[in-house]
Design a protein around this ligand. Structure first.
Ligand SMILES: [Zn+2]
Length: 306
């Protein structure tokens, strides 16, 4: 075999290899898909849920099983958020790399300080989530630790890309710190305001902002609002000073609208997670947007507007 021929053969072999063995990522929720995209933009991503779905309750449908089966890593929230569907999905996919305790299964909540342990009940479990509130993706102080752990893990799964992933993490972190400083400024104006909520979806962010929870439309965490609970809420003294009824896009707006009709407090609907487009495409953009909406509602109240 001549030298030239050998080179040609080698080139053919190289081009026949799967292009840089692209990292295949399965994300349980859009927020983690967005974070993976920041750290590893070339990864092939499948996301199990959208901002219009309640991440507690989805079906382990065949397309998701197939995606887990061929993924290199699954990135999920953990802390029992997906307890109603992820175990079955993992079992049916039977991907040996994506199992509890393996590097191929990453839980964001494992790298965050969770609030309110013993206080998160879930309809499908009818049970307490002992780990605490799993809705940690809107926690400005927890995201950097989660992102760093995710960057390390992605690098572990794909060592060839590790340096590039670390570089992107450092850039992401700088950007996040700048945004966090802006949020901190806005929080000064919001401190002491209160909102009506439905579930603990926004709790980390509200607490960080110093925005209080006037009442919760859910009678107990995880239980849907009931007519009797709603009418009881009308007597709550805290309601009087609430700036808004803050609910997520995936939630049924009817209870919030009912309360709004009876109290005049306006309903503010924001995506509970990234939407894949516009200002709410990234986690940072989403937090800025939620703050902007609360601010607008709060200024309407304090200036007697509407
Ligand atoms: Zn929840």
């Amino acid at each position: 075999m001549g030298f030239r021929h050998a080179i040609m053969t080698l080139l053919l072999m190289v081009s026949a290899l799967p292009a840089q063995a692209q990292l295949r990522v399965f994300a349980c929720e859009p927020e983690w898909a967005a974070l993976v995209r920041e750290l590893a933009p070339d990864a092939e991503l499948t996301t199990a849920t959208s901002y219009l779905q309640d991440p507690h309750y989805i079906e382990a449908r065949p397309s998701l099983i197939a995606a887990v089966r061929r993924a290199d890593i699954a990135v999920c929230t953990g802390a029992s958020l997906e307890a109603g569907w992820l175990p079955m999905l993992l079992q049916r996919a039977s991907n040996p790399d994506i199992q509890p305790g393996r590097p191929g299964l990453f839980f964001a909540a494992d790298h965050a300080r969770l609030h309110a342990p013993h206080d998160h009940v879930d309809r499908s479990m009818g049970d307490v989530h002992p780990e605490g509130n799993p809705h940690v993706h809107l926690a400005p102080d927890e995201l950097p630790d989660i992102a760093r752990a995710l960057a390390d893990r992605l690098g572990e799964i794909e060592p060839g890309a590790s340096a590039a992933i670390q570089g992107r993490y450092i850039r992401w972190r700088g950007h996040w710190s700048r945004m966090r400083a802006e949020w901190r400024e806005k929080a000064k104006e919001l401190e002491g305001h209160s909102v009506v909520v439905q579930h603990s979806s926004f709790q980390y962010l509200l607490r960080w902002l110093g925005v209080e929870t006037a009442v919760d439309l859910e009678p107990k965490p995880g239980l849907p609002p009931s007519a009797s609970h709603l009418s009881q809420l009308l007597a709550e003294p805290n309601l009087g000073k609430a700036s808004a009824i803050l609910i997520a896009s995936h939630q049924d707006p009817q209870p919030a609208e009912w309360l709004s009709e009876h109290t005049g407090i306006r309903v503010v609907v924001v995506p509970g997670t990234v939407t894949g487009e516009g200002p709410t495409e990234t986690l940072g953009g989403l937090i800025s947007e939620i703050i902007r909406q609360i601010e607008s509602a709060a200024s309407g109240v304090s200036h007697g507007g509407l």
